[in-house]
Design a protein around this ligand. Structure first.
Ligand code: SF4
Ligand code: SF4
Length: 343
C-alpha cells in the first residue's frame, strides 16, 4: 500500500487508515483478528479515542507486537488541561505504548469548546507539552464544523486536521482543506462512508482517491470490509462517467437533507439532542438491535420536549427541517424497537 507523509507532522502513514469506532461493537478476540487482518493487508495507520468505549484497549492489545511498524493516533475529549492530562496518561496504558504518534483534541466543533481547549488552562497546552517532552510526535484536532475548524487552525499550531469528508459532504474542499494544506497540515478524512449513510464503498473510495493528500480512515467491524476497500486501492480505476452520474443521483436523492453533525443547532433550550436523533436513520443498518436501542433510546426520548420553536432551523447552516426530521427519526426508531421487541 502506498504511503504519504501527513503534512508537517512528518508521520509517514498508509494512504488508507483504520477508524477505531466500530471495533467497540465486537469482542476483544474478534477485534484482534480484524485489526491484524488489516495489518496483513498493509494498513499501518490506526485511529482511535478514549470515548470509543474499549477501542483503545483492543487496538493496544492487537498492535503490541507490531508497535514499531504502525502509526497510532488517539484523542483527548476533555477540553481542560487537567482532564486532558488524565486522559492522555490512561491512553498510553491502554494502547500499551510509551510514545504516541498523534494526539488530537477531539471534536472542536463549537465556540465554547474552542475557547476552552485553546484557552490558558486548556487541553491544547497539555498536548503541546507532551510533544515538547517527546511523549507524542504530533498534535492535531478533529471537528465537524468548518468555520470553527478554520478558527482553531488560526489560533494554534496544529499538525493535522481530522474532518468528515465523502462525496455527499464536500464542504471542506471549498476553504477548509486548502487552508489546512497552506499551513502544511496533514488531513485525515473521517466518515468516508458518511458514517453509515452511504453503502456504495466503490463510489466512496474512488471519489476519495481524487484527493491523494487526504487520508481516509474507514471504521471497520468485519474482515471483508477492509478487503473490499483495499481492492479499490489496488485497481485504482478512476471514476467513470457512470460512477459520476450515480454519485450525483445519490447526492440528489439525499438532496442535502441529511444531518452533518456540525452541532450548529445546539443547544436546544428544551434539551432536544438533535444530531443524535437525526443520526438514527443512517445507523439502523450499521448496528445490532441491542446496540442501537441502548445507544439511542435516551436521546430519542428528548424529542418529546420539542416545542417546534424553529430556532434550530434558523441556526442550521443547511436549514434542515429539523422538527419534521426529528419526527421521522423517532418513527423509525419506534418501528425498529417494535420489530426487535426490546424496550
Ligand atoms: S424546534 Fe424543537 S428541537 Fe428545534 S430548538 Fe425548538 S424545541 Fe429545540
Ligand atoms: S441539524 Fe443542522 S446544525 Fe444541527 S448538527 Fe445537523 S446539520 Fe448541523
Amino acid at each position: 500500500m502506498k504511503t504519504i507523509v501527513l503534512g508537517k507532522s512528518g508521520l509517514e502513514v498508509t494512504e488508507l487508515g483504520f477508524g477505531g469506532i466500530p471495533i467497540m461493537r465486537v469482542t476483544t478476540d474478534e477485534a484482534k483478528t480484524i485489526i491484524r487482518h488489516c495489518f496483513d493487508l498493509g494498513v499501518r495507520f490506526f485511529d482511535t479515542a478514549p470515548v470509543y468505549s474499549d477501542s483503545e484497549e483492543k487496538l493496544g492489545a492487537a498492535l503490541e507486537p507490531y508497535r514499531k511498524k504502525v502509526v497510532i493516533a488517539t484523542k483527548v475529549w476533555a477540553k481542560d488541561a487537567k482532564g486532558a492530562a488524565k486522559e492522555l496518561s490512561s491512553s498510553f496504558e491502554r494502547l500499551r505504548t510509551e510514545r504516541l504518534d498523534l494526539i488530537q483534541c477531539h471534536n472542536i466543533s463549537n465556540q465554547t469548546d474552542l475557547d476552552r481547549a485553546l484557552g490558558p488552562e486548556g487541553a491544547y497546552q497539555v498536548l503541546v507539552e507532551a510533544k515538547a517532552k517527546g511523549k507524542v510526535k504530533a498534535v492535531g484536532f478533529s471537528s465537524h464544523n468548518p468555520d470553527i475548524a478554520l478558527k482553531a487552525m488560526g489560533l494554534a499550531e496544529f499538525d493535522t486536521l481530522q474532518f468528515p469528508f465523502n462525496f455527499v459532504e464536500q464542504e471542506p474542499l471549498a476553504k477548509l482543506f486548502p487552508a489546512a494544506l497552506e499551513r502544511g497540515m496533514g488531513i485525515i478524512a473521517m466518515k468516508p462512508l458518511g458514517g453509515g449513510l452511504l453503502d456504495r464503498a466503490d463510489l466512496c473510495f474512488r471519489f476519495l482517491q481524487q484527493y491523494p493528500e487526504v487520508v481516509p480512515i474507514p471504521g471497520i467491524q468485519a474482515i471483508g470490509e477492509m478487503d473490499e476497500i483495499v481492492g479499490y486501492y489496488k485497481d485504482r480505476r478512476p471514476l467513470t462517467r457512470k460512477d459520476r452520474e450515480e454519485i450525483e443521483g445519490i447526492r440528489n436523492q439525499l438532496g442535502g437533507r441529511f444531518c452533518r453533525r456540525c452541532e450548529y443547532c445546539l443547544p436546544c433550550e428544551q434539551g432536544v439532542q438533535i444530531p443524535k436523533i437525526l443520526f438514527v436513520k443512517p445507523q439502523v443498518k450499521r448496528f445490532s438491535a441491542k446496540q442501537l436501542l441502548s445507544m439511542s433510546k435516551a436521546s430519542v426520548e428528548t424529542a418529546e420536549k420539542c416545542v417546534d420553536c424553529g430556532e434550530c432551523v434558523e441556526k442550521c447552516p443547511y436549514h434542515l427541517p429539523i422538527p419534521e426530521m426529528l419526527k421521522e427519526n423517532v418513527e423509525i426508531f419506534r418501528k425498529f424497537q417494535d420489530e426487535h421487541g426490546a424496550g
